[in-house]
Design a protein around this ligand. Structure first.
Ligand code: CUA
Length: 322
């Protein structure tokens, strides 16, 4: 679904075809020899023994050498085609406007855009555009893998690795953490939303809007229901903002360079909750708030022992942050 994924897929198919030709050739000669030179009734003793046929030995040395060298060349080409290469190494990546940072956390993904947008678990890219992704980690080794869009790359603490992200067609592509990273590893998923440039720009503008009033925590759309109003006070009462950044509540200016927990600034606009453990619906949000561990075993989010009414109010508030 992208040029780099295509390069990897083509290499795979080429390798399979060459391997098939080899296996068919070798098996063919083997089967032919078994039949042609089988022992026949009335034959006595060993057949005549032959040693050393130079032409044959040279052939079976040179042919595999050519095959292996050819596959090596094709592999190097696929590696070049599917890697950010010099652009990240010579420092251009830092100046590239199409550059995002993805930070692996136990167990979710933080995504930061040069525009100032900070989000979690749902990556947006304009279709047909090449984005450099600087992959980092906040704790242990994770592995960022948008399976249909390219190779995987490790998220290593204290080191930045680079990868391209590009999609040929508008769609939602699923991604995984591909390195075992603890109890929540299986639920460390993400989506890549590839959309038109206009849709991407609209999404970015919406993400940059101030979602709440700094003092009252009132959502930009106002208190659309009594639940939303009650949820805003619960958000303060339970000090959700001591782990989660919510622009306007924790501050209006520069956000921390790494979030401690998923940024909630526009949580209501995201498709996934708990890094893909469930879809983002008010019912799932309620269940999550009531007991996060039942949605995602091992998660670091504590159980605040909320009543069902409190979970419903807080869910309504969070879902209103769009
Ligand atoms: Cu992160 Cu597995």
């Amino acid at each position: 679904m992208s040029p780099q994924a295509n390069a990897i897929s083509n290499l795979f198919i080429l390798t399979i075809i060459i391997s098939l030709l080899i296996i068919v050739g070798i098996s063919g000669v083997l089967v032919y020899s078994l039949i042609r030179y089988r022992a026949r009734p009335g034959q006595q003793g060993e057949p005549p023994q032959t040693f050393g046929i130079v032409r044959l030995e040279v052939a079976w040395t040179i042919i595999p050498f050519i095959v292996v060298t050819g596959l090596f060349g094709a592999t190097v080409k696929a590696m070049i085609d599917s890697s950010p290469g010099q652009i990240s190494l010579n420092g251009d990546a830092a100046r590239n406007p199409n550059r995002m940072t993805v930070i692996g956390h136990q167990w979710w993904w933080e995504i930061r855009y040069p525009s100032g947008v900070v989000t979690a678990n749902v990556v947006h890219i304009p279709v047909g555009q090449r984005w450099v992704v600087a992959v980092e980690s906040a704790d242990v080794i994770h592995d960022f893998w948008a399976t249909q869009l390219g190779p995987k790359i490790e998220a290593v603490p204290g080191q930045t690795n680079y990868i391209w992200l590009e999609a040929d067609k508008p769609a939602v592509y699923h991604g995984d953490c591909a390195e075992f990273c603890g109890a929540g590893h299986a639920w460390m998923l993400f989506d890549v939303v590839a959309e038109s440039q206009a849709q991407f720009n609209a999404w970015q503008r919406q993400q940059l809007r101030q979602p709440v009033s700094p003092r009252t925590l009132q959502p930009a759309a106002g208190y659309t229901s009594s639940e939303v109003r009650a949820g805003a006070s619960l958000f303060t009462y339970y000090a959700c903002a001591s782990c989660h950044y919510l622009r306007g509540v924790n501050g209006t200016g520069t956000q921390p360079s790494v979030d401690y927990a998923p940024n909630l600034t526009h949580i209501g606009s995201r498709s996934l909750l708990a890094a893909g453990a469930v879809s983002n619906t008010p019912a799932h949000m309620e269940q999550w708030l009531l007991n996060p561990d039942t949605v995602k075993p091992g998660v670091h989010m504590p159980n605040f022992q909320l009543s069902e009414a409190q979970a419903r109010d807080l869910s309504a508030y969070l879902e209103s942050l769009r």
